[in-house]
Design a protein around this ligand. Structure first.
Ligand code: ATP
Ligand code: MG
Length: 134
């Protein structure tokens, strides 16, 4: 069994998509083993997104993820990292495949509804950061 970190981002929480997203996660076969709705601090958000620190959209990224409540979740299942990434769809909802979370629920590239760890190393790092908030 593998675990991955999922965040339902502020746009999706504001738009009331939390339950619909979790229904999709569960019906894909993944189990939600931890879940907490919270406001992230700037400190946690900057650490979480530090791989993007050199990018022009870093400030926008951090400001957005702390702009409203998020739902931080740990998902567990067979091949959970890849399986959840494929359920999420492409980063930009315009390019996301039919039926994916981003196609269904995202507003734009920056307000793209969900986050998911992209590798085992990222999943371990992200789950470790978020342990502070559970
Ligand atoms: P996430 O990490 O949120 O699961 P991802 O792994 O598909 O998404 P990354 O390349 O890690 O995509 O980018 C992190 C986030 O930064 C994206 O989800 C998106 O919201 C935002 N982002 C990516 N590229 C841009 C861009 N060019 N302009 C604005 N925001 C961007
Ligand atoms: Mg990413």
């Amino acid at each position: 069994m593998e675990t991955t970190l999922c965040i339902i981002k502020p746009d999706a929480v504001k738009n009331g998509f939390e339950d619909k997203i979790n229904e999709k996660i569960i019906s894909s076969g993944l189990k939600i083993i931890r879940s907490k709705k919270t406001l992230l601090t700037e400190e946690i958000a900057s650490d979480f997104y530090k791989e993007h620190a050199h990018k022009p959209f870093f400030n926008e990224l951090v400001e957005f993820i702390i702009s409203g409540e998020v739902v931080v979740q740990i998902l567990e299942g067979q091949d959970a990292i890849k399986s959840y990434r494929s359920l999420m769809g492409s980063t930009n909802p315009v390019e996301a495949e039919e039926g994916t979370l981003r196609k269904l629920f995202a507003e734009s590239l920056s307000k793209n509804a969900v986050h998911g760890s992209d590798s085992p190393v990222s999943a371990a790092r992200e789950i470790d950061i978020m342990k502070k908030i559970f």
